[in-house]
Design a binder for this molecule. Sequence first.
Ligand code: ATR
Length: 281
Amino acid sequence: MQKTQINGKTQLACIIGDPVYHSLSPIMHNSAYQSLGLNWVYVAFRVKKENLQSAVMGIKSLGIRGVSVTIPHKVAVLSLLDSLDAVAEKIGAINTIVNQNGKLYGYNTDWEGAMLALKEKTRIQGKKVVLIGAGGAGRAIAFGLKKEGAEVTILNRTVEKAKNLAKEIDAKFGGLEDLEVIKESDIVVNATSVGMHPKHHECIVPKELLHSNLTVFDIVYTPKETELLKRAKEKGAKIVYGYKMLLYQAVRQFELFVGRSAPTAVMEEALLRALQDTKSS
Ligand code: ATR
């Protein structure tokens, strides 16, 4: 790994959010810069809601090249940008800002990250997909699935939210009592927080609904192998780990920030090491 010295030419990228101390993005991005010998640095800024506007002005005035945006700013930041990517506009949320000569461009790489993770294991076009969850993450994934040409059914605890999202992407919808549809599906995506540490024994999908023709993707990445993925594996289904979405959204961000292809393997290794460290600390 090449060492780079911070100097007068160092380019800055960052993440803004609140809280932000737990973010794994600095580790992924900095590992990528170091492995390519790029004179870039990526840091985390805790930005409170009431300071979002001045923080965004700061991106321009300080010439920060790229910004990752996380909770609670993903929606509020939209109105502060100069231009929005078409899919990000439909989703109504961004996680990425690129500063191009003082103009701020907004993108959403969450949906791309999810689709790249899924595509490692399955085709998406024409597949029957059950998407569980209609929150922020569910919304980004729903638009991704639609863009890829999947036949989507959205199931959510609060059916009204599934209905509203389904209308936007021309999907079917239902509540958690409709999970039987999984029996006739090709792909299942859990886009809820159910199964996340410390409630890692929880799982929305009963094992008897899972089958070997499925690809099962859980966006939860702590633990790496969730109860849902364990059940899917036991049934002979293909599985997609949640950390892959986290990885690929960062890979796409790196490419948007730096303008060259990302060292994906390096970023993956750094992410997995960080997740392991989080577990043992
Ligand atoms: P995110 O941005 O991570 O998607 P969110 O917008 O709060 O977070 O959405 C959380 C999702 O997980 C929602 O789909 C939520 O269902 P509701 O819309 O009914 O709240 C779902 N969710 C959270 N806890 C759940 C639980 N215990 N059982 C079922 N669904 C749950």
